[in-house]
Design a protein around this ligand. Structure first.
Ligand SMILES: O=C(O)[C@H](O)[C@@H](O)[C@H](O)[C@H](O)COP(=O)(O)O
Length: 223
């Protein structure tokens, strides 16, 4: 794990957007397409705002979410909605969105179709993750009903998980897909999450699922 401590959030969001754009540009110099995978939630919006205006060949970038809450896109809880509003605009409007949601009653009904669309875009080139104070990342929540399966090396690329802390049912990329990403960034803010990250390092991955990606991640933190 590499830890980057920034003097303030604004500087962190700008530097991180710049770094992600640089990494994507590097991949695009060496290969036809690149895959960028990002979290929803309340933290990454400012990174998206900057990233969406960066001058890279977005038409060769596939964008997908780490996880999605099983709500319609009209819901303020929809991560897809956040992506459309904050990332897939300006220059980044040319990127291809790989959906992580379909209009089915349950995520289970959509898994096969979504996995089929995602598979050709793996491995992820640049992965940005968030973390909850309970040490979940993506929708790998401690105590989730199928957490052990989602952490297993032979897990399918996407799974449906349910956890009390998650609210709605979730669909999430699983640990092997996250771990095989070529670049991994974890974005966290505030003292509570910093303490959680420190705690996570002494815990089992079932108690602290963020550990699944921690060894290979660069952590970006600001107060
Ligand atoms: O849909 C989600 O909830 C996310 O993808 C999730 O994994 C998120 O990154 C963390 O929960 C942190 O969320 P905050 O940034 O809102 O604290």
């Amino acid at each position: 794990m590499k830890f980057c401590d920034y003097p303030d959030r604004e500087l962190m969001m700008l530097s991180l957007a710049d770094r992600i754009a640089g990494e994507l540009a590097d991949f695009l110099r060496r290969q036809d397409r690149a895959t960028l995978c990002v979290p929803g939630g309340s933290t990454p919006g400012p990174v998206f705002d900057t990233l969406s205006g960066t001058d890279i060949d977005w038409s060769r970038v596939s964008v997908l979410l780490n996880d999605e809450r099983w709500v319609p896109e009209s819901s303020p809880r929809s991560n897809t909605r956040l992506l459309r509003e904050r990332l897939l605009r300006d220059r980044a409007a040319a990127a291809q969105l790989l959906p992580l949601h379909l209009n089915t009653a349950t995520p289970e009904e959509a898994l096969d179709d979504l996995a089929e669309e995602i598979r050709p875009h793996l491995p992820i080139s640049v992965l940005l993750l968030g973390m909850g104070a309970d040490m979940h990342t993506a929708s790998l929540f401690p105590g989730a009903d199928r957490l052990a399966e989602a952490l297993a090396p032979d897990a399918p690329p996407v799974m449906a998980l349910r956890a009390e802390a998650a609210g709605e049912p979730r669909i999430t990329l699983t640990a092997p897909v996250l771990k095989e990403a070529m670049r991994i960034h974890l974005l966290i803010t505030g003292p509570e999450k910093r303490a959680a990250l420190e705690r996570a390092q002494g815990l089992d991955v079932m108690e602290a699922p963020v550990r699944a990606i921690l060894a290979d991640a660069t952590v970006h933190w600001a107060e």
